[in-house]
Design a protein. Structure first.
Lengths: 481, 309
């Protein structure tokens, strides 16, 4: 395909330089794309779509009542990253998660970071995700967030920024793995020239991470994946991970907590003990005895079991306190405070609306900023100033004034682009990247991650619930031969 | 294994079997119509009788003609036993137990569902119908074969197999029951002229004609067919065969005393039945009721012991 008319003005493209040449190390990828006709690429795409339908790779959009399986949107052209760059990113991600885990453990125990006035006490008192029920807990390995799905974006300056840390129940890793399977199936010729770092080890590392928090030192701990059920948007992933781990996929009603505070699952041979629960339901639904008493998804007594050290929970309840976007603005300070290191990955420049001076700046510049609710996820509630109507900006100004703690503002990042197969030609589309980081007695970062792509021209919204698609991500270790 | 998953697999077995049975029943009867010298609409009413759906069918369709029955049996979303609904429920069951099924089996089930859903219109087209139904039957058998060949033959497989065989035994008794009402002395006059053809049709509905010929040799008629369908243990759709299969599965499961006892009652009843005498005394229907009750009891025991304790 001819990429001569591929528009690059004002963009940072992951494959092409502003002059339209391949970035160093990616020459053969560009050549392969140039050598294939549109028909050939479209055939790859149709093979992939067929496989997605057959393999049943689906996700759910809550606004579509009755349709619980929309097909997973996937683009056949991978997003490349050089291994040399990725090594730096990996170190930055581990550094960040290490600091975040120290922070979570600190805020539920001694609160040194507050006494030392690195973060204000106010921050916790007003956090929606601070769980007083977790105070005094010291989980195994000192780790609260065992599985983290950090969102990274590259700006037009070429710098990779952290957009947010997802420490509650981040999803997407199954799609990352399936995307690789699809690319191998649909577009094998692209692999001929490159040595791409493999993704297959994720399940083994996840298993070991979960194993490391088992309260009983066994060779074969009983690990279960706790799902809200088939109507949850990420059910496909829950089932996928259970299969990959060789774990039971349980729903709340499958588990009971005995008088001995141990967790059991209901099997055909009676009750069987459970050591570790990889829970994919939100804190507030986890235990109706402690949190929302109307929850039918949870397990009554599971908090009691966890507090008494009878079961490992991943991620630990309360870990979401660090998912607060206002807390996010303090992460670089945390890294310096706990680790005495400089942050390797920068935050997107951000403003705190609960700070009078910063809020005045934000309110005066709404049309130049991105406004984010502090405690939402999945892209909900975000207002992109430069694209928003006046009415929307007026509304968000009202909301910020009414609840300054509930918002942060960020400079807009003009996300980098990757060539994407569109109708009849290849065009640039904006992407982000969600690598997955594991922390137990050891740390692990996936080679690459899930690249999400905004399929609408010019759009910066990559969420699959809002018309985004996805790509395989290649960490390229070098050429073949 | 989890009780909830065991239950899903049990129902998976039942739903796939039921879908295959619906396809088979429609295919065989549509085929039979072509062999009859004049239209014999009673055949379509029989199909509704066999599926036990009179209460659901007549209020919305009124009369049992070919178009109505085909739609009801194959693609009616309001009929939980329609082929489409069964395949969809089987897929939902599989979705809830995907971590146990071999990946290729899930993919085949998914393909089956998409095929049935996207091609429902073929079922109403006389030129396409048989090909469509045959493909569905083949898909169902492919799934059964894949599970046999690549799923662990532990408890999970046992539950699936119990579900399949209970459903199958239930279907066989229904087909015999309806067949006998029409074909045995006292049946509809217009039927007796074609009695042999209709007995053959019953065997075909259960895919058992060839085995019957090999085993019984004589041409298919009345008592021999009934005896064969209840008691010939080597015929995969005979009631006794299904009960033996269920017994094999139950023996492998923990805490099986009560379900096994219930099974033995039904199995002994079938083994000891004197079919000739039952027919002579015009009491076959009562016997079939007993057997169906026995199957219902096995279901209840399985549910009580392993799923809902």
């Amino acid at each position: 395909m001819n990429l001569d008319r591929y528009p690059l003005a004002g963009l940072y493209d992951e494959l092409l330089t502003p002059q339209g040449r391949a970035r160093p190390g990616l020459e053969r990828m560009l050549t392969t794309l140039q050598e294939l006709s549109y028909q050939e690429l479209a055939a790859c795409r149709s093979d992939a779509e067929q496989a997605i339908a057959t393999m049943g790779i689906t996700f759910t959009v809550y606004s579509e009542a009755g349709n619980i399986d929309r097909q997973w949107p996937y683009d056949v052209i991978p997003r490349p990253i050089l291994h040399s760059e990725w090594k730096q990113v990996e170190r930055g991600l581990v550094q960040r998660l290490t600091a975040l885990n120290l922070f979570i453990g600190d805020v539920y125990n001694d609160q040194r970071i507050i006494r030392d006035q690195v973060v204000p006490a106010q921050l916790l008192h007003t956090s929606k995700n601070f769980r007083k029920e977790c105070q005094g807990m010291k989980p195994a390995q000192g780790v609260w967030a065992h599985i983290c799905g950090t969102d990274l974006v590259r700006g037009s300056d070429g710098v990779m920024y952290v957009l947010e840390d997802n420490l509650r129940v981040p999803s997407g890793v199954s799609y990352m793995l399936e995307n690789r399977r699809l690319t191998k199936l649909a577009f094998p010729e692209l692999f001929e020239n490159y040595s791409v770092r493999r993704l297959g080890g994720y399940a083994i590392h996840l298993f070991e991470t979960l194993n490391s928090i088992s309260p009983r030192p066994l060779d074969y701990p009983e690990i279960v994946v706790l799902t809200p059920g088939i109507y949850n948007s990420a059910y496909f992933e829950h089932s996928f991970l259970a299969r990959q781990l060789g774990a039971e996929l349980v729903e709340g009603t499958d588990l009971v907590v005995g008088d001995d505070d141990c967790v059991y699952m209901k099997t055909i041979a009676g009750l069987a003990p459970v050591d570790v629960v990889y829970r994919r339901i939100d804190d507030l639904f986890l235990d109706p005895e402690v949190f929302r008493n109307d929850s039918v998804l949870g397990v009554p007594g599971i908090m009691r079991a966890w507090r008494n050290g009878k079961v490992g929970l991943a991620n630990a309840p309360g870990a979401g306190v660090a998912d607060d976007k206002l807390v996010y603005t303090y992460v670089p300070d945390m890294i310096r405070y706990y680790l005495d290191e400089d942050p390797l990955l920068p935050n997107v420049p951000s403003y705190r609306c609960d700070d009078d001076q910063q809020r005045r700046h934000v309110l005066a510049n709404l049309d130049k900023l991105v406004l984010k609710p502090a405690n939402e996820s999945g892209g909900y509630g975000i207002v992109i100033g430069p694209q928003a109507s006046r009415a929307t900006l007026a509304q968000v100004a009202q909301r910020i004034k009414a609840d300054p703690r509930g918002y942060i503002a960020q400079l807009p990042v003009n996300l980098s682009t990757v060539p994407t197969l569109c109708d009849g030609r290849i065009e640039p589309r904006h992407v982000d990247l969600r690598p997955f980081v594991l922390q137990g007695d050891d740390s692990y970062v996936t080679a690459g991650g899930l690249t999400r792509v905004a399929l609408t021209p010019g759009s910066l919204i990559v969420n699959s619930s809002q018309g985004g698609g996805s790509k395989d991500t290649w960490v390229i270790a070098g050429g073949r031969n | 294994m989890l009780s909830r998953v065991a239950e899903q697999l049990y129902w998976f077995g039942r739903h796939i079997e039921r879908a295959e049975n619906s396809a088979r029943l429609v295919a065989v009867n549509a085929n039979l119509m072509l062999d009859l010298p004049r239209p014999f609409q009673r055949i379509w009413a029989n199909v509704i009788d066999i599926s036990g759906s009179n209460d659901l069918f007549y209020p919305s369709y009124g009369k049992a003609d070919e178009d109505c029955v085909l739609q009801f049996m194959l693609s009616d979303e309001t009929n939980p036993s329609s082929m489409l609904c069964c395949v969809r429920m089987a897929r939902d069951n599989a979705r809830s137990s995907r971590e146990i099924l071999p990946p290729e089996a899930w993919e085949t089930i998914n393909e089956l569902y998409l095929y049935v859903r996207d091609n429902a219109v073929l079922g109403t087209d006389p030129g396409e119908r048989l090909g469509y139904l045959q493909r569905v039957i083949r898909y169902c058998q492919q799934v059964t074969g894949m599970l046999f060949g690549s799923m662990g033959h532990g408890s999970a497989y046992s539950f699936k197999r119990i579900g399949r065989n209970l459903e199958r035994a239930d279907m066989s008794t229904r087909i015999i029951d309806v067949g006998c009402v029409n074909l045995l002395p006292g049946g509809d006059d217009s039927a007796t002229a074609y009695a042999e053809l209709l007995w053959l049709n019953i065997l075909n509905s259960l895919g058992s004609y060839q085995i019957y010929r090999q085993h019984v040799k004589v041409r298919p008629y009345g008592e021999d067919v009934v005896e064969f369908l209840f008691k010939y243990v080597d015929a995969p759709r005979s009631v006794l065969h299904c009960l033996e299969e269920i017994r094999t599965c139950l023996l492998r499961l923990p805490g099986n005393e009560a379900p096994l006892q219930t099974l033995e009652l039904a199995r002994n009843r079938v083994k000891a039945a004197d079919i000739a005498q039952l027919l002579e005394q015009d009491n076959l229907h009562g016997f079939i009721d007993e057997v169906q009750l026995g199957l219902g009891n096995i279901h209840a025991q399985v549910e009580r012991v392993w799923f809902r304790y």
